[in-house]
Design a protein around this ligand. Sequence first.
Ligand code: ZN
Length: 227
Amino acid sequence: MSITRIPNWAKSAKNQDISLLFSDSFKFKSEQKPILFIGGVHGDEPEGVRLAEELILHLENSTQKYAPWVLIPCLNPDGYKAKQRTNGNGVDLNRNYPSKNWSKEFSKDRYYPGPRPGSEPEIQALIQFIKEEQPRLIVHFHSWEPCIVYAGEPGKVDAKRLSDCSGYELKDDIGYPTPGSLSAFGWKDLKIPVICIEEQEGEKLDTIWSHFAKGLEEILLDESLRK
Ligand SMILES: [Zn+2]
């Protein structure tokens, strides 16, 4: 399938390019809402970037007809380059969303939520995109302890697909507070279901695609997502 890539869709805190890719079936400001995939939110989780890259390769070589999708392979190029969780300003991007529950409190530096909600350029670009395009589902790729966490009942069917193919536990809560996270902003505030894939931290990068290929393919082939 033909894929369009915008290499300089947004800039990071340290002025690095952030790219955005989309399928030929995706049109900006269309009634047909896309699925949004995001990798590399946390720079020290290369598993998520690898999963995004493998998904692009798979889609490029496939002749299937998929639901419209948009993919940001690495939201945090500063952190990815420095092998650190936070962005170039030392902010945990998954605590910086301007959700109603955003909090300036944090326990460790690696969870620093920023000086104010939505302060970071990576998050500003993403929330503008989300508000304009209203994705029908958001899936972001992380690594920690293996599990699939969904926020919002409408995302449960797709989360279960990812749980079934990987064997990773399906959860509706990660088990600790995440104020200012994508789940809080996407589901609690905007009613867009959000799925968080947590790969096993330190997993061999070559094996990651095989854990989620079937579930991601099923999500993208789902007829109901093309209406
Ligand atoms: Zn993460």
